[in-house]
Write a new protein. Structure first.
Length: 304
């Protein structure tokens, strides 16, 4: 099958059927007849030389060749569609709606400042700031709930593009107010061998969790795992109840003060850096303009 032999509508029909696995629903989505979809798929199969779908009276399923074709076509098709949308955006200027996700109060405050800079430049584009939870991970991004989001580094997802660091925060250990650590002026990562560590939700990437919430101290001593929580308020509730400690950042002393929790600096822990991330196939001129506004806001705040 040569590139010139496949029309755009054939690719669209194939990818839609590969998603729906139902000729009727595919025809409804594309607003054509079921017979037209069937004819289009048969034409592609003749060009390929083998079946792309297995058809029975009960189900439609991709063949191995069909699965391979879908995996190779989908990213390229999405990129073409996005390129067309980008061209439309340039022709109309930056307008529409941009949905930005953030974690934590500090992230929300920074995104509001970026949004003000962005809106001053592009008044026809509305920015919607949406709070995310730790358990969301990149799900809301991949599910289409947000267009880009604040990410904690390291972030090494193959389908995402990550912008430069926008701000960083020093590490602090949240400890029960009555714990002996609460009276210390500072701590080290080696001190974690003597406590239980409240665990992040499993949706967080394992490499991120290990980098910021290690299972062993630098000398190799194990850090005992404590209970798991899905949100930061849940984490602090567990800490306040004496169920464990948690490595957080300095923003907690501004936004999450509790009488039953103290925050102690951990001097040898790596800081947590934050930047914007978005799906590589979802890049738009709106996103590019917002990232530039974020970089400019960072430079203004730091005096660069």
């Amino acid at each position: 099958m040569t590139r010139a032999s496949v029309e755009r509508y054939e690719i669209e029909a194939f990818l839609t059927l590969a998603e729906e696995l139902h000729f009727g629903r595919t025809a409804e989505r594309l607003r054509v007849s079921t017979a037209h979809i069937s004819k289009t798929i048969k034409k592609m199969e003749r060009q390929v030389g083998v079946p792309l779908f297995e058809r029975t009276s009960r189900k439609v399923a991709l063949t191995p060749v069909g699965s391979l074709l879908r995996e190779q076509l989908r990213p390229a098709y999405d990129q073409v569609q996005q390129s067309v949308q980008n061209a439309k955006d340039v022709g109309r200027g930056i307008r529409g709606v941009l949905r930005v996700g953030y974690f934590s109060s500090a992230g929300g405050r920074f995104m509001l400042e970026v949004s003000e800079t962005f809106h001053a430049r592009y008044p026809d584009c509305t920015v919607q700031i949406r709070e995310l939870q730790l358990s969301d991970g990149a799900f809301r991004l991949r599910g289409g709930g947000v267009d880009l989001q604040i990410c904690g580094f390291p972030m090494e997802e193959p389908d995402m593009t990550i912008g430069p660091a926008l701000y960083r925060e020093a590490k602090m250990l949240a400890v029960p107010a009555r714990h002996p650590f609460a009276r210390r002026p500072s701590l080290s990562l080696e001190d974690l061998a003597h406590v239980k560590m409240v665990q992040n939700p499993p949706e967080l990437p394992a490499y991120f969790d290990e980098f910021h919430h290690p299972r062993r101290t630098p000398s190799g001593r194990p850090i005992e795992p404590g209970p798991t929580a899905a949100t930061f308020p849940e984490i602090l509730a567990l800490v306040g109840a004496g169920k464990g400690v948690y490595l957080t950042t300095e923003q907690a002393t501004q936004f999450y003060l509790r009488p039953d929790v103290n925050y102690v600096p951990v001097l040898d822990a790596p800081p947590l850096e934050f930047g914007l991330g978005w799906l590589t196939t979802g890049h738009t001129h709106r996103i590019q303009a917002f990232v530039q506004a974020a970089n400019d806001t960072r430079d203004a705040l730091t005096g660069r």
